[in-house]
Design a protein around this ligand. Structure first.
Ligand code: FMN
Ligand code: FE2
Ligand code: FE2
Length: 403
């Protein structure tokens, strides 16, 4: 496991996680994800964020520490920006290897150390703006950043190197494979990580966009040379690029989505799909770009990413047992949970004898802050008249995005 030098007294140890796992037990990571630990050296040694309790990870961190002449026993302060177990799962074992060091977190973080790991001594709660002097000119400052991603989250700031240890904020899915910095990757690779940053945000952070905005405002007075998140690459060539990207994501949550449409559809025997094809014709006639996802075939993780960034949605699904086609009901429920708000949305679907999907749709989205175009459903195969109406609905949706 490679250790990367960020500045003369700051190192990063990124551990790549297996692609077969589900992140948080839900989200697929076919390209992996990294868990980044940082070491800051003054006269005293601080380790920032730990690793998940996975078979290989702690040993990999240990090997990396050894390569720079350190080990767990030499750590004076373990700073936990965020207590989610992807960064803390190995905490009890760390404590056994290091009984003397102080564990530092916000007051809420310390509560989690106690409740999750039953560790009750050697803990220090820090407040917003509090500093920790490591000696040799290394002074760390802590900034509370609640709900990016859990309530106890904070950022750690090293003013001497201009490095912000931002934990989940500014992070992404995607393993690093031995590289670390934004200048280690070419534009194609950066584009890949951009997609994985969006998916990470939509899956993990989207519900907390208001807090992300406040967190970024808090950073406005800092001269940031380097953003060092706990997942994904470290930004040093173009810090503004990742901050601007996050500001754009915040704007998506307020309704300023990209002028495109995420089409999410499901169909048992093709009747809904026939109607959807007419809607797509209408969208294409207005030259608005769109993405397509079929449920349940496509994982909701990717659907969330496209739905989050798009200003418009088409949801197309038939009636199933007097109600919504179940995989679409699940997708809508995830949109509610993940605060996919302020979208312009068209629902369409076919039914066989009495319907039910449209009624469930209308009830399900009542609280979603969506601009709903008139839903359209029909019996069986769409007639020519239905198809003409559906095409008009597609045009109407596309035009609404241009307004
Ligand atoms: C398992 C199943 C359950 C269904 N339940 C209902 C129902 O409760 N009410 C209804 O009007 N139609 C129901 N239908 C009929 C479908 O809604 C109808 O065939 C529709 O055209 C299917 O659209 P699709 O071809 O896009 O799957 C059901 C069909 C299936 C296969
Ligand atoms: Fe997290
Ligand atoms: Fe995390």
């Amino acid at each position: 496991m490679k250790t990367h030098i960020i500045s003369d007294a700051v190192w990063c140890i990124p551990i790549d996680v297996d692609t077969t796992e589900l992140f948080e037990g839900i989200w697929p990571i076919p390209e992996g994800v990294s868990l980044n630990t940082y070491l800051v050296q003054g006269e005293k040694t601080a380790l920032i964020d730990l690793v998940q309790d996975r078979p290989e990870a702690p040993r990999q961190v240990e090997t990396a520490l050894a390569s720079i002449g350190s080990d767990f026993g030499k750590v004076d302060y373990l700073i936990l920006n965020h207590l989610e177990p992807d960064h803390t799962g190995w905490l009890r074992e760390f404590r056994e290897k290091n009984p003397h060091g102080e564990i530092i977190a916000t007051a809420k973080g310390i509560q989690v150390v106690k409740s999750f790991y039953k560790i009750h001594t050697g803990l220090r709660a820090v407040k917003d703006g509090e500093t920790l002097d490591l000696g040799k000119g290394k002074v760390l400052t802590f900034f509370e950043a609640p709900n990016i991603h859990w309530p106890e989250t904070m950022f750690t700031w090293d003013s001497s190197s201009g490095t912000l240890f931002s934990c989940d904020a500014f992070g992404s899915f995607g393993a690093l494979g031995g590289r670390l910095f934004d200048d280690d990757f070419n534009e194609t690779e950066l584009k890949f990580f951009e997609k994985e940053t969006l998916r990470y945000y939509a899956n993990i952070v989207a519900s907390f966009s208001a807090f992300v905005e406040r967190g970024i405002q808090k950073l406005s007075g800092l001269n940031i040379a380097c953003i060092a998140p706990s997942h994904g690459m470290v930004w040093r060539r173009d810090v503004k690029r990742i901050i601007d990207r996050y500001l754009r994501y915040v704007s998506y949550s307020k309704g300023a989505g990209e002028r495109e449409i995420a089409v999410i559809w499901g169909s048992m025997y093709g009747n809904t799909k026939k109607g959807l094809d007419a809607v797509i014709k209408g969208i294409e006639s207005e030259k608005i770009p769109y993405s397509m996802h079929r449920v349940p075939n496509d994982n909701v993780s990717y659907i969330l990413a496209d739905a989050f960034k798009s200003a418009g949605l088409v949801l197309a699904a038939p009636t199933y047992e007097y109600a919504m086609f179940p995989p679409m009901a699940y997708a809508i429920d995830i949109f509610r949970r993940k605060h996919i708000h302020n979208k312009t949305v068209l629902y369409i679907g076919s039914w066989g004898w009495i319907g039910g999907a449209k009624k469930e749709y209308e009830a399900a989205v009542a609280g979603l802050k969506w601009n709903n175009l008139d839903p359209f459903d029909w019996i069986g195969t769409p007639t020519d008249q239905d198809l003409a109406s559906l095409e008009a609905r597609g045009r109407e949706l596309a035009q609404a995005l241009k307004a």
